[in-house]
Ligand binder design. Sequence first.
Ligand SMILES: *Cc1c(COP(=O)(O)O)cnc(C)c1O
Length: 226
Amino acid sequence: MNIEEKYNKINTEIQLLSENKARLVAVSKTKPPEILQEAYEAGIRVFGENKVQEMVEKFEVLPKDIEWHFIGHLQRNKVKYIAPFVSLIHAVDSLKLLQEIDKQALRNNRTIDCLLQIYIAQEHTKFGLAEIEVLELLQSESCQNLKNIRLRGLMGMATNTDNLVQIRQEFRALKNLFEKIKTKFTYLDNLYFSEISMGMSGDYQIALEEGSTLVRVGSKLFGSRI
Ligand SMILES: *Cc1c(COP(=O)(O)O)cnc(C)c1O
């Protein structure tokens, strides 16, 4: 199958499993710009990258109506390079990072949409906030003062396991936390909760069934990364 056929197949699954509420983020990390151009011509407009320099280089050479999502661990000193154009930052895991994004957004006369990354897996390798930490972050006065960011929802990565029951439970826990925050923090002016970023090539069907609104699919679309 070429990229267009794979894209159509995933889109059909999104329609069936999420009643068309979810969107695809095409995870194009490590792939050269020509491959992204091919995906663009197949109709893809949302790309996910996890390295700052790589995303900037691709932004410069590819069409300007692309939505660039930063999906990796973001270092504070690099926020300035993507602040002029990034559409959504998926993996914010500290107040300090959020403050830096707010500062750089202001410098660029923008508001930058962010997701808070939640630690849902039973693995020690993944980044993210625990439930108690995200609640503390949202309760803090410093968070309320951020005017140039919008908190659009949560992002999580399930455990890398064959146990589908466990994966489903982890996604369900993320969805429950999303609903809890959405009802509890209605007074926050920068909270616009509408997105749950969960699901990758190996588990996006389960994620869609559990309420994902953004599936981040790389290898299923572009082939394996070596
Ligand atoms: C690489 C990556 C993906 C995509 O992984 P695939 O298994 O290739 O679909 C999704 N999310 C994050 C955060 C990633 O780093």
